[in-house]
Write a protein that binds this ligand. Structure first.
Ligand code: ARG
Length: 461
């Protein structure tokens, strides 16, 4: 039988496979709360504008609350024949309240309806991401505070480079997650305009009050162009892009935790709560949560690429292609929130091994740059010459199998006669980090200043 929503023009119903490819109810039912909220706002506005009667609006608004409780109670009969959440809700409303249900869709199209619902949903996810990031930043700050002056090796090319502090390393991620947070705030601000009232694409002849529905739905204002309102999904792309960048940051931290928790590093001990064992190797404690977080970028960036690809080249205004926007965003959002929560928990329960960090910081000639800088400062060498002399000392130490500070003064002087006893003070890792006083540097004072600034930011926002 022909569809009850547009059966006037149709003699026959859809092929079974048509119904299957066309139906989105299997996933867009997740928009039920947004859909009902949007419809209730629309109905109230229609009555306030005298487009429908107050009685009809009341029946619609109360009927929609019944639908809402049916869905939340788990006894709503979702039907694929009714395609999507919008038509499922409206059809059920008709069953409950009868004739007035048919007046709800006045001056509205599923095109502005779905754009509204989806914006509301993505806006909530921005808020969830912001909340998740605040918690994660808090956990990283706690780690940074505890180890603001714990030395560890800083790496480039994963080769020992210069000593840094644990606090400094943690604060690097605080900066990254802080930018992620601001990206979600920016995206939220930009997407917070109402498509409702754009109707199918051209606007409508009914005297709608778009300001009123925008306000009722906590949007800042109505979107200014009806074609744009029903056509663009840039708000979803922004959410996915911000999510992708955030997932990259999570992935890099996760990778470091995997490396750091290995027997070869032992920089950190992962809590049992975030580890798994092996069914065959009794000694194993695997950082599965970190590995799974490391992998989430795959599906999140995948969703991003998928939606970009769907949207590319679509003519204005609405095309059904855009129904393919939701699953990608749902999946990416679910997994981003999960990854944020898991990383927050893992970081909170993580123990940094101060002694191992320090031992590693002291090996690998990590203070060679400090030695070169000493030669510039104390012996007046040009930096390039100091670099060369230091390189010779590193080679000597490497040959002897010792650290730089284990070379005797005589050995040092054989490379450059200006070297004296005071050179040994700069070869210690604590002196090295304490000397890095430039703004943003690894000196514990600098790190503590950044921690204080971030505690402030978190407290204020
Ligand atoms: N389920 C549809 C979607 O998600 C709703 C909009 C349908 N509009 C239309 N003109 N067929 O995009």
């Amino acid at each position: 039988t022909a569809n009850s929503m547009w059966g006037g023009r149709f003699a026959a119903g859809p092929d079974a496979i048509m119904e299957q490819i066309n139906a989105s109810i299997g996933y867009d039912k997740r928009l039920y709360a947004q859909d009902i909220r949007g419809s209730r706002a629309h109905a109230a506005m229609l009555a306030a504008q005298g487009i429908i009667s107050d009685n009809d609006a009341t029946a619609i608004r109360e009927g929609l609350l019944t639908v809402l409780s049916e869905i939340e109670g788990g006894n709503f009969p979702f039907s694929p024949a009714l395609e999507d959440i919008h038509m499922n809700v409206e059809a059920r409303l008709k069953e409950i309240i009868g004739e007035p249900a048919g007046r709800l869709h006045t001056g509205r199209s599923r095109n502005d309806q779905v754009a509204t619902d989806f914006r509301l949903w993505v806006r909530d996810q921005c808020d969830a991401a912001i909340g998740g990031l605040r918690a994660l930043i808090g956990a990283a700050l706690t780690q940074a505070e505890a180890g603001a002056d714990w030395v560890m090796p800083g790496f480039t090319h994963l080769q020992t480079a210069q000593p840094v502090t644990w606090g400094h390393h943690m604060m690097a991620y605080v900066e990254m997650f802080g930018r992620d947070l601001s990206r979600f705030q920016d995206a939220r601000r930009r997407m917070n305009e109402s498509p409702l009232g754009a109707a199918a694409l051209a606007g409508t002849g009914y005297p709608l009050d778009r300001e009123a529905t925008a306000k009722a739905l906590d949007f800042d204002r109505p979107m200014a162009n009806s074609l744009d309102a029903v056509s663009d999904r840039d708000f979803a792309l922004e959410f996915l892009s911000a999510s992708s960048i955030c997932a990259v940051h999570l992935s890099r931290l996760a990778e470091e935790l995997v490396i750091w928790s290995s027997a070869q590093f032992r920089f950190v001990s992962m809590s049992d709560k975030w580890s798994t064992g092996s069914s065959i190797m009794p000694q194993k404690r695997n950082p599965d949560a970190a590995e799974l977080i490391r992998a989430k970028i795959g599906r999140i960036l995948g969703a991003n690429v998928a939606l970009f690809t769907v949207m590319k080249g679509l003519p204005l205004a609405y095309s059904k292609d855009m129904q393919e926007d939701k699953e990608q965003v749902f999946d990416a959002a679910d997994h981003l929130m999960l990854a944020l929560a898991a990383m927050t928990g893992m970081l909170s329960d993580l123990t940094a091994n101060r002694a191992n960090l320090q031992a590693a910081a002291s090996s690998g000639f990590s203070t060679a740059t400090d030695l070169a800088d000493w030669l510039v400062r104390e012996a007046g060498l040009p930096f390039r010459d100091a670099h060369h002399a230091t390189g010779a000392l590193v080679a000597m130490a490497e040959k002897k199998g010792c650290d730089l500070d284990e070379l005797s003064l005589a050995e040092m002087q054989s490379v450059n006669s200006a070297i004296n006893q005071s050179v040994y003070s700069v070869l210690g890792v604590h002196n090295s980090v304490a000397s890095r006083q430039s703004y943003g540097g690894t000196a514990p004072d600098q790190v503590r200043a950044q921690i204080a600034r971030w505690n402030d930011v978190l407290g204020k926002e």
